[in-house]
Design a protein around this ligand. Structure first.
Ligand code: OOG
Ligand code: MG
Length: 259
């Protein structure tokens, strides 16, 4: 059977619902180039919306060197966030619902104003931000061993699975997000650290990148949207009973336990 956008969406959604990983789609469908992969991603979002989920924002992926080096892909990408992916602060991550989840700390924006590329700079982007939050993203690639080429991971909505956003946002005014520190801990031991500069030099650059990339596809970032700016550090595996913490300088501390 030959591949097309619809079959790719069905395959990825099947893997998600049956909690099984599989091979790269590009191995069997060399024609899956980047524009087609974004069409798969958009079609996948439409299927989720048809099933009752709501679009709540956008995520960036592979915006830091730590993430790019781990995944072996240098190009940042965007993907969609729906309400079904959001976990309340303090809720455990149910591992039985997922394939091989990893978790990564992220700086998160909630948008106050609409933002439409092209031509968006980090400064313009930051003026559209209402509040800045500590965040975690749980990624759960539908590919075996998180092994993928760029079009595979774009089609797979950038491994998106769950996310957590701290309740108390901080105004972007007066924050230097390049210097915002983050200590990543596992069961109370610091295992990694980064500052906001890890993400494109400044998380506002990542937001501008998303606005411009989406703008090229005729899509605007809407007021109220959540924007995940990308993992600051490499992701760590979630395990039953393992507590992962992200302690930020000004954005507070988030803790998540695998259950
Ligand atoms: C791809 C998604 C990357 C991030 O924050 O860099 C991402 C992956 O690592 O599986 O979410
Ligand atoms: Mg991420």
């Amino acid at each position: 059977m030959s591949w097309d956008i619809d079959r790719a969406v069905t395959e990825l959604l099947d893997r998600e619902s049956t909690k099984t990983d599989g091979g790269r789609i590009t191995d069997e469908w060399p024609g899956l180039d980047l524009p087609t992969a974004y069409q798969v991603q958009d079609a996948l979002l439409r299927r989720k919306i048809d099933a009752g989920e709501q679009l709540v924002g956008v995520k960036l992926g592979l915006t830091s060197r730590a993430k790019q080096q781990r995944m072996g892909i240098e190009s940042p990408l965007t993907a969609w966030l729906t309400d079904a992916m959001e976990l309340p602060v303090g809720a455990p991550v149910r591992l039985d619902e997922l394939i091989h989840p990893r978790i990564e700390p992220e700086i998160v924006f909630v948008m106050g104003d609409r933002l439409a590329g092209p031509g968006v700079t980090a400064a313009t982007a930051m003026r559209a931000v209402r509040s800045v939050h500590a965040g975690f993203e749980v990624i759960d690639s539908r590919y075996r061993d998180f092994s993928f080429a760029l079009p595979d991971v774009v089609a797979d909505n950038a491994s998106s699975s769950r996310f957590v956003v701290s309740g108390d946002g901080v105004s972007p005014d007066g924050l230097d997000l390049a210097l915002e520190g983050c200590l990543l801990g596992i069961d109370g031991q610091v295992v990694d650290s980064a500052t906001g500069a890890a993400v494109q030099g400044h998380p506002g650059e990542a937001l501008a990148l998303a606005a411009n990339a989406l703008g090229a596809r005729g899509i605007e970032i809407e007021p109220g949207w959540v924007v995940l700016t990308g993992g600051l550090t490499d992701a760590v595996f979630l395990e039953p009973g393992r507590e992962v913490s992200a302690e930020f300088t000004n954005l507070g501390t988030l803790r998540v336990v695998g259950s």
